[in-house]
Design a protein around this ligand. Structure first.
Ligand SMILES: C[S@@+](CC[C@H](N)C(=O)[O-])C[C@H]1O[C@@H](n2cnc3c(N)ncnc32)[C@H](O)[C@@H]1O
Length: 264
């Protein structure tokens, strides 16, 4: 895997601002630190190790559960957990002793990415921004991101009010782009069935402007023709299944039903 050559150093914050990009600088740095961390885990492999992205991972419980699964299965995959909340990541013990305000450019470098084990990396970053960098990296001439074999999105913030359609992860532009560029399947879990149904609907219908997506989402919520009939593809997380994340455990503890959908 290639990382940016040393002859083209990562821009300083002033140079970065002059590019006029809307990306936060700390996420920009985190992206490159992540490439370096992945390269380091790859150093003894003859073949590039595949990546599993665990987005909105909170404390990172799910990332560790998934990484343990890969170890048990003898898979070389590396799990990359991403969350923007320093507090959540700290609660999972991931960012202990690191610097609290990574938006301060002078201390941003190297404090947003932690290699937890031989197959798990935690990243403190804004998911839409990081994923725009991922999508950009697919363009010729840019540093390519390693092969992603699976993406999980467990219990993302639901933004339940109708006017917040586009704040939900599937109303974000990155998700529409990801539909065409994702490697492998995307698994979504939520305690709100509509969230899974809408994610499936947007995935199926993709390629539309955000306004169009909003129309689709509204019809699903109103039970109209834009919806996935009978919630097709959306399954209930069974009582007997192990709890994959902290929120899943919390919902089960209070007797709430949880749903999952696999987008391919
Ligand atoms: C309801 S929690 C779920 C956490 C975890 N997946 C679980 O199941 O336990 C939602 C998480 O999304 C994170 N989040 C929300 N918006 C985000 C964003 N734009 N970028 C990165 N993380 C975000 C929050 O910090 C929070 O940890």
């Amino acid at each position: 895997m290639k990382v940016p050559p040393t002859s083209t150093p990562i821009p300083s914050i002033d140079e970065f601002k002059s590019l006029g990009t809307l990306l936060p600088y700390h996420t920009y740095l985190a992206y490159y630190d992540l490439l370096v961390a992945l390269q380091s885990l790859n150093k003894d492999s003859t073949k590039e190790r595949p990546v599993h992205l665990d987005l909105y991972c909170g404390t990172g419980m799910s990332s560790q559960v998934l990484a343990d699964d890969y170890t048990r299965l003898g898979s070389s995959a590396i799990v990359v957990g991403v969350d923007r909340s320093f507090d959540r990541l700290s609660r999972g013990g991931m960012f202990k002793g690191s610097i609290k305000d990574p938006s301060d450019a002078s201390i941003a470098a190297n404090c947003n990415v932690r290699t937890i084990s031989n197959n798990c990396i935690m990243v403190r970053a804004d998911v839409p921004s990081l994923m725009s960098m991922y999508l950009n990296s697919r363009r010729p001439g840019l540093t390519p991101f390693p092969n992603v074999v699976k993406t999980t999105i467990f219990y993302p913030n639901p933004y339940p009010k109708s006017r917040s359609y586009n704040s939900r992860f599937y109303g974000e532009p990155w998700f529409l782009g990801y539909r065409l560029e994702a490697g492998g399947e995307v698994e979504v879990r939520s305690n709100w069935e509509t969230l899974c149904m809408q994610a499936l609907d947007v995935w199926k219908m993709g390629g539309m402007g955000v306004e169009g997506v909003e129309g689709v989402l509204r019809r699903v919520e109103e039970g109209g023709d834009g919806g996935v009939e009978g919630g097709g593809g959306v399954e209930v997380v069974e009582e007997g299944e192990r709890r994959v994340s902290l929120f899943e455990r919390k919902y089960f503890d209070v007797g709430e039903r949880c749903f999952k959908v696999t987008l391919t």
